[in-house]
Every structure is written in structure tokens, then in C-alpha cells.
Design a protein around this ligand. Sequence first.
Ligand SMILES: NC(=O)c1ccc[n+]([C@@H]2O[C@H](COP(=O)([O-])OP(=O)(O)OC[C@H]3O[C@@H](n4cnc5c(N)ncnc54)[C@H](OP(=O)(O)O)[C@@H]3O)[C@@H](O)[C@H]2O)c1
Length: 326
Amino acid sequence: MDYVKLGRTGLDVSRLCLGCMSYGVPDRGTHAWTLPEDESRPFIRKAVEAGINFFDTANTYSDGSSEEIVGRALKDFARRDEIVLATKVYMRMQPGPNGGGLSRKAIFAEIDASLRRLGTDYVDLYQIHRFDYGTPMEETLEALNDVVRAGKVRYIGASSMYAWQFGKMLSISERNGWTRFVTMQNHLNLLYREEEREMLPLCQAEGIGVIPWSPLARGRLTRDWSEASKRSETDKVIPSLYSRTEEADRAVVEAVAEVAAKRGVPRAQVALAWVAQKQAVSAPIIGATKEHHLDDAIAALSLELSEEEIAALEAPYVPHAVAGFS
Ligand SMILES: NC(=O)c1ccc[n+]([C@@H]2O[C@H](COP(=O)([O-])OP(=O)(O)OC[C@H]3O[C@@H](n4cnc5c(N)ncnc54)[C@H](OP(=O)(O)O)[C@@H]3O)[C@@H](O)[C@H]2O)c1
């Protein structure tokens, strides 16, 4: 496994991050397709054994049960000091006032709840899951700085938002001498490339590590357009992300199939190699729910796409409406 420094930090992360949204009690939360604990653990173990040291979850995934499963598995299979454990805050965790968001109150309550579920006394990367239009940026950033100073968090990161929001937050932290975001976890794959306009150049200019989510477009890029899976039929987020520009998207999927066939490798490897090869990207966050998923992801790191192949993969893309920010 190759390791890189995460953005401009001194932190070593594997070139792949294991996305742990796939691991959670299926009837808790909103993702019925997730794997229960006994089926999840082998993937986390296999990732550790393959040298993956970077794991991403969130307080909201399967109503907290993803954090519980990941915490227990990492305790059994890894050494805490070697692991880079990332989680997130923002989404609603309970009904009623103060049940979500990025207020000082929510951040303080949610970091403690995440630490309890993960069974650890610190997380390496604490990320804001979305932009909170209902809380002043200063309040959020000062609270994040305070959880770092309290020793509960080592680094902070952000996830999908507009580049102007991220840029403004970076500058507020700097002006106040507060801990600055070191990562951007955003939506980037061959079916959604809008981040290439503003966010990726901003991250490169600011030394921010980019860790894209859903690099395979939640499986869309790995199979024929008409082919379905349990996840594609039950993942309620897929229609909101990948249904608006069907004709062009279908052509991208066909281009992936063609490049993969010429190379004699699975499509997933080609689609992931495209993301991993992008200059701004530190480590894509992958989802693995079948035995071969991790093997393909690891193999993708050694698959060097040529300029011609990249051009063929990118050619059918058309601009998409912004998606994945809410
Ligand atoms: N910050 C955010 O807002 C946000 C949003 C989404 C995700 N995330 C993070 O990103 C992580 C990854 O998200 P994701 O699961 O959507 O990523 P993904 O890698 O785009 O999709 C994973 C899906 O692709 C298919 N797949 C994976 N490897 C394959 C292979 N080798 N061959 C064929 N199909 C393959 C499987 O779909 P099938 O099961 O259909 O076969 C699998 O469930 C999450 O766990 C989470 O940590 C963050």
C-alpha cells in the first residue's frame, strides 16, 4: 500500500480510504442496503491487513451503528496509533431543536457521542458533513478549534459545500488563529465532475487534501446502465445524484466499459483509477460490500491511465446541475 501526506499535514494516510457508510445495522437509519456487523467485520479486517489505515464514517450512518461497528472492529484488528479514524457531524441525530447542525452545542454533544460509539478518546479527522446555513461560520469554527484543543480531535475537515463557503471558512480560521480545515471530502467521479471548476483548484492552492466520496458513483460506473443491484434499488440517494443527464451519463458508463475491456480489467478499476490519478486527490473513499471490491480498489492504484484513455473517459461528460450539497 502506498501512503501520502494528507494535504499539507504531516499525517500519513493510505492512498485509499475505506468508506464505512456500508457498515451498519440495516434497519437503523436510512440505508437498508448496509451490511450488519458480522458481515462488515471481514471487510474492515481485510482493509487493515492490506495496509489501509484510513477509515471514514459519520455520526449519522445507520443511526450511529456504523461508528459502533467500526470502533469495535478496529479495536480488534488494528493498533489505534496506526489508524487514521475520520467521522462527521452535522446531520440530524434526533428530532426537535438542536438535534443536528453545527452549533457549538451540537458539536460539543456530537463529538462526545461519536467518541463513545467509536470506543476511543480521540478521532483523527473530524469533518463537518455539510454547510450549516443556520449557524454563523465563526461559531462552528471556534467550536471545532475548541474540540481540537480539548484533545478530542487531531485534525478537522469539511465535506460538500460551495467553494466560496469553504474559502471563507478557511480565511476565518486563519484570521482568528484557529485550527484550519485540512481536507475536503467532496463528490467526484466520472459522472459528477463539477468540483473541477472551483473546489479542486481551491484545494490545490490551499494545500487541502481532497478525499472524494462515491468515486464509483455508488456503483453506477461499474456495470451496464440498465443493470441493478440491491444497493441501486434501495439507496435512496442515487436518484438525486445520477438521474438528470441520463443520455450523457450512459455514454460515460459505456466509455468506462470500453477502456476496461481493452485493458482486460474490471470497470471499477478504471473508474477508480481516474479519480485516484487526479492531481488534487489524496485518497478516494471507497465502498466495499463484496469480496472482490477491495481487491479491485487496491489494483486500481497501480492502473495508470494514459492521456488517450483519460480523454476517452471524459469526452461524453456534460455539465451537471450541482448535486450532493444537501
Ligand atoms: N461526505 C459525504 O457526504 C458522503 C456521501 C457519500 C459517501 N461518503 C463516504 O464515501 C464512502 C464511499 O461511498 P460509496 O459507497 O457511495 O462509494 P463508491 O465506491 O462510489 O460505491 C460503492 C459501490 O460501488 C459498487 N462497487 C464497489 N466496488 C466494486 C467493484 N470492484 N466492482 C463492481 N462494483 C463495485 C458497489 O455497488 P453495489 O453494491 O450496487 O454492487 C458498492 O456498494 C462512504 O462509505 C462514506 O464513507 C460520504
